[in-house]
Design a protein around this ligand. Sequence first.
Ligand SMILES: CC(C)=CCNc1ncnc2c1ncn2[C@@H]1O[C@H](COP(=O)(O)O)[C@@H](O)[C@H]1O
Length: 218
Amino acid sequence: MRILSEFVEGFDTLADLPPAVSVFGSARSKPDSPECELARRLGGALASAGYAVITGGGPGVMEAANRGANEAGGLSVGLGIELPFEQGINEWVDMGIDFRYFFARKTMFVKYAQAFVVLPGGFGTMDELFEALTLVQTGKVTRFPVVLMGTAYWSGLLDWLRGTMAAESKIGPADLDLMCVTDDVDEAVQYIIDADAALAAEQEALKEAAAAQAEARS
Ligand SMILES: CC(C)=CCNc1ncnc2c1ncn2[C@@H]1O[C@H](COP(=O)(O)O)[C@@H](O)[C@H]1O
């Protein structure tokens, strides 16, 4: 069955991936647009910090992030999607997988990444952003940093989330803190590194507490 084989191929191919960050953004942005320039610098900075960069493997912001990672000597991953106006996986991807189903592909973006960075984009980008926020909000993934880059682009949405969605109690006040919003590549990467370190410390403390409990029982 194609659906199952997409999960199996994804899990097999990505099993040995080093720590990675998924980067999202518009398929339509021109290579010389500010968001592509930002995505390229971000891809490079993530690669320099030791993260593989995962994108949707398409054009625009995806291609720019893959390009930045590739040029900085990092691992550049593209999880492509079969579309009627198919353009193929961009040339900056070292490890590419093609999916027919969005939902199988979306599982891979979350399962194999330590964090999401979301740059300006359209419906596809919104879908990916709000899926990540829902997973964090409901505790289906823990401590998953979500970074929004492009403060001017996101400000209208953030105002609405604060002024309408939170004001009418459709989300909790703390839910808005699930995102870091910045234009600064270094700040974005540092936020991810800090969240990684906090999670590692938490897991270590849990392990030590479990070991101490086992010791006390014996
Ligand atoms: C020129 C054009 C529309 C090509 C489409 N080719 C695509 N290739 C790969 N992923 C895509 C594509 N279109 C949308 N996506 C997915 O949706 C997001 C971008 O959608 P949008 O442009 O923001 O809404 C990306 O992060 C990606 O995961």
